[in-house]
Design a protein around this ligand. Structure first.
Ligand code: ADP
Ligand code: MG
Length: 721
């Protein structure tokens, strides 16, 4: 077997079912001694469980079997004792319903004994299964109210942890959430299923290349989270921020990010203090934060952990968002996770770094040292190209939400067109494989590809393309179109599932050729060539922001699904239903449920924005303008005053008219229509009516005296740190 490259930070330990990210703390970092202290890690389990039970637990988990009741009781007891020693009084099954955020329902460890005392109880059955009264979670019609019960089931592959509050602590047990009929009501179940699907096919592919030791392939996620921190005083004076998470009004400040003085600038002290505490809290929870810095917009920042397996990484990402928001409040700050809190100012995304690695420590998207390894590398890369091209619309749908509609395609985030950036070197290699010969500009070595002599591939190719939605960055793909507020479970579920399909198909193709007598090298090269030739339209290394690209993408037949209602129907397209059911990730009913929930969320969010905008305009902004008008009326008549009055008169008329129009749009929602038509209604009627009110209001903000204007302005919110 060929020797394997091992990336230093890709370690089997990190991927062991129970290990989570533990064990990879950088001990040179301050705070390393607290890393994972609130996590029921496999190290803690080893310490706390009798040897035989610990071994039995590991074996059960590895086999993916159900826990025996006696073992479950033993684990529950150890977990309870550990948690209570750390001050926990309650436990909760921690799950991820289709709301996109996490849910918890706390139960006390203590049960009354009937004689006025209480004893601490926590049995295996409470660890393994819970029954939250789940009738008010969105289910997309999966669960009729007469069968309203859902249940939560322990996910032992994501370690339990303790959340602290100044007045107590509670144990969180990551769980999956399903209906009694066994359908997934959450984002975790499909993610786990997609990881299994990918593992099965990728192990088969790795074996084809001679890796007999690999028994499991893990997908990995390393998310880069962008967010804003603003002073809470301003937040509480802005009903729009409180209710919708974004400002519905606000004139562009005289200074934006034009001076480029914020990005990577030194971090303001209060903000840094907040970041440091956030990171400490996350360290205790075993979330390995690696980098922090200022982002492009004023008051915008980014935080990124070291990557982990997709399941743990997505759970941890939910914790990152939660802890960021909690800790900010301790510093008089509020953390905004909306994709576009301030119009005209860069919005926030979440880059989703994604890769695949074997349990023997080999990153399948990392070029190797030998031609053989590179053959395998090119095989997996071409599978990803094929998958992304074939399911580009689905990938786009996986990041669609109301906030994203302000961002994607707005010259700060990738366009709604999905394309792949490979880097010049890699593109050259594929081009040479495709043509069977290099051109004059191609390095000599590439010319001999046909003879199965592959060049040493460039590692971590230096070039970057910040405008690409899906960029190869050395040993992983960076999916850059995710939104800052969203759970990463769905995008990763989609990536894993579509990659599984492509790997499966390409493996079949290679096997067929080998069975017909071709050498492995020749077979793989031919399969890679054919896949690239069929799907290279999705490869683009130019400026994704340019108009030229939009025209060219259209000519290439790539989809440009600009708004959420254009994208979401792809969740239930036949091609999606086909791949998701073939790989047993989501059934048609489960897909429809997600589609319905997401469409409804879009409509509801925009409804709320419409109502909030109308209310703010009529009850806060309009009165301020009228008051200023009255002041002008009372003032001595002179030419200047008359001019100001004239200007204001016109704007006031316009404002009133547009408020009435918005109120009408808010009232006149079509009844009893298809949910997608309801979404289209808010998108095409309510949103423009809101924008119309805003444009007059923002002009008024510039002329009404500052002390009369009831809302804090962008120039305050964004620059006071
Ligand atoms: P750079 O972008 O400068 O190359 P890194 O390679 O350290 O920086 O990674 C940037 C982001 O990519 C980090 O959030 C990291 O966790 C993530 N990342 C690195 N390797 C992987 C991988 N194999 N799988 C998933 N994410 C990864
Ligand atoms: Mg970034």
């Amino acid at each position: 077997m060929a020797s394997r490259t091992r990336t230093p930070n890709v370690r089997a330990a990190q991927w062991s079912p129970n290990g989570g990210s533990l064990g990879q703390a950088d001990l040179t970092q301050p705070g390393a001694n607290i890393f994972g202290e609130n996590v029921f890690s496999s190290a803690v389990q080893r310490q706390r469980l009798p040897k035989a039970h610990y071994k039995q637990l590991q074996e059960t988990l590895e086999a993916g079997e159900l826990l025996e009741p006696t073992l479950a009781d033993a684990v529950a007891t150890a977990m309870k004792e550990w948690a209570m020693e750390r001050g926990a009084t309650h436990f909760t099954h921690w799950f991820q319903p289709l709301t996109g955020i996490t849910a918890e329902k706390h139960d006390s460890f203590y049960a009354p004994t009937g004689d006025g005392n209480a004893i601490a109880e926590f049995a295996g059955k409470e660890l393994i299964q819970g029954e939250p009264d789940a009738s008010s979670f969105p289910t997309g019609g999966i669960r009729a109210t007469f069968e309203a019960r859902g249940y939560t089931a322990w996910d032992p592959t994501s370690p339990a942890f303790i959340l602290e509050n100044p007045n107590g602590a509670f144990l969180c047990i990551p769980t999956a959430f399903a209906s009694w009929t066994g359908e997934a009501l959450d984002h975790k179940i499909p993610l786990l299923r997609s990881m299994d699907a990918l593992s099965t096919v990728a192990v088969r592919a790795a074996q084809l290349f001679g890796d007999d030791e690999c028994t499991r392939v893990f997908t990995t996620v390393g998310p880069e989270q962008e967010y804003f921190l603003i002073d809470e005083r301003y937040y509480f004076e802005r009903p729009d921020l409180i209710i919708t998470g974004r400002t519905l009004f606000g004139a562009k400040p005289p200074k934006g990010h034009e001076l480029d003085d914020h990005y990577f600038g030194s971090i303001p002290e209060r903000v840094l203090a907040c970041m440091l505490e956030t990171e400490q809290e996350l360290a205790k929870l075993g979330v390995p934060i690696k980098t922090r810095h200022n982002e492009v917009a004023p008051a915008q920042y980014e935080v990124a952990p070291v990557f982990e397996n997709s399941n743990v990484g997505c759970d941890h990402q939910q914790l990152v968002m939660q802890v960021l928001q909690n800790v900010a409040r301790r510093y008089g700050l509020v953390c905004l996770l909306h994709e576009k809190p301030f119009a005209g100012v860069n919005g926030s995304g979440k880059h989703n770094n994604w890769s695949m690695g074997t349990d023997t420590g080999h990153n399948l998207l990392e070029p190797g040292d030998t031609p053989h390894e590179n053959l395998q590398f090119l095989f997996f890369i071409s599978a990803v190209i094929q998958a992304v091209d074939k399911h580009q619309q689905l990938l786009r749908a996986s990041v669609a939400n109301a906030g994203q509609d302000h961002r994607l395609g707005a010259n700060e985030a990738p366009p709604a067109i999905i394309s792949i950036f490979l880097g010049a070197e890699l593109e050259k290699v594929f081009a040479a494989i495709e043509s069977g010969s290099g051109d004059a500009a191609t390095p000599q070595a590439y010319l001999e590809l046909g003879a199965s002599v592959l060049p040493t591939l460039p590692k971590h190719g230096g070039d970057r393309n910040r405008t690409s939605p899906f960029a190869f960055t050395g040993n992983k793909f960076e999916f850059r179109a995710a939104g800052s507020s969203q759970s990463l479970a769905l995008p990763n579920t989609v990536l894993n599932t579509i990659a599984a399909e492509a790997i499966d198909e390409l493996t079949d193709a290679v096997e067929t050729r080998v069975a017909a007598g071709e050498s492995l090298e020749a077979a793989v090269l031919e399969v890679v060539r054919a896949a690239y030739a069929a799907h290279k339209r999705v490869v683009f290394d130019g400026d994704n922001y340019s108009d030229d690209w939009h025209a060219e993408a259209e000519a290439r037949g790539l989809a440009n699904l600009r708004q959420t209602p254009d994208a979401l129907p792809w969740l239930v397209e036949p091609a999606t239903v086909d791949v998701f059911s073939r790989y047993e990730v989501l059934s048609e009913r489960e897909l429809e449920a997600r589609y319905e929930v997401l469409v409804e969320q879009f409509t509801t969010k925009l409804n709320i924005e419409g109502e909030t905008a109308a209310s703010i305009a009529r009850t806060l902004l309009l009165p301020a303008a009228v008051q200023w008008y009255a002041t002008l009326e009372a003032a001595d008549d002179n030419k200047g005053v008359a001019r100001l009055k004239g200007e204001l008169d016109e704007l006031l008329d316009e404002l009133v008219e547009r408020i009435f129009a918005l109120e009408a749009a808010n009232r006149e929602h079509p009844e009893g229509v298809d949910p997608l038509d309801a979404a289209r209604y808010v998108q095409t009627q309510v949103v423009p009516a809101m924008d119309a009110v805003r444009s007059v209001a923002d002009r008024l903000e510039r002329i009404v005296p500052d002390d009369l204007w009831p809302l804090p302005k962008y120039s305050e919110i964004l620059f006071i740190k």
